[in-house]
Design a protein around this ligand. Structure first.
Ligand code: NI
Length: 180
């Protein structure tokens, strides 16, 4: 496995529509492994393949607290892989969640999304799964699925709010450049 470069906004690759996965081979498993390693190293709780430069409908999620790595407790991993995910239905009820994204580093904003979804996806062997999903996993899955359609969480914000986030991102990058 290898840590891959994470593409950041405004890189145009993040706006591409990812293509369906058709072949469930070793290359797909390697890519998923690399994505998990890249996500854990970042650290983050979700990553879509397009974020590492591969516009295919594959994403990884692990909701375990990334901060647990800093403590003495052993790291308990709970990796989940979703291939060709689809949302079959969503609840009318929406909930706010403060989201972040490895492609919009160090920026956070509240996004409203349906709190329950019914999702269908394939695993790395091509087996089909269908389940109701709620809570943080529902939020995270919807965020990552947006990436497959070229959408970032900041696109859900008002124009004013989005411009504020992008301004803060530019400022943060400038500070990083000075520190380096
Ligand atoms: Ni993201």
């Amino acid at each position: 496995m290898a840590i891959r470069r994470i593409f950041e906004t405004p890189d145009p690759i993040l706006r591409q529509i990812s293509r369906p996965v058709a072949t469930f081979d070793d290359a797909l498993k390697t890519l998923a492994g690399d994505m998990l390693e890249t996500m854990y190293a970042a650290p983050g709780i979700g990553l879509a393949a397009v974020q590492v430069g591969e516009p295919v409908r594959l994403l990884v999620i692990d909701l375990q607290e990334p901060e647990s790595e800093a403590k003495d407790a052993p790291i308990v991993r709970d990796p989940r892989v979703f291939v060709n995910p689809e949302i079959l239905s969503t609840s009318d009820q929406e909930i706010p969640y403060t989201e972040g994204c490895l492609s919009v580093p160090e920026q956070y904003a509240e996004v409203m999304r349906p709190d329950r979804i019914r999702a269908k996806w394939q695993d790395l062997d091509g087996k089909v799964h269908e389940e109701p999903i709620d809570g943080l996993l529902a939020v995270c899955l919807q965020h990552e699925m947006d990436h497959l359609n070229g959408v970032l969480f900041i696109d859900h914000l008002s124009r004013l709010k989005r411009e504020m986030v992008l301004k803060k991102l530019a400022k943060w990058r400038k500070e990083q450049a000075v520190d380096a």
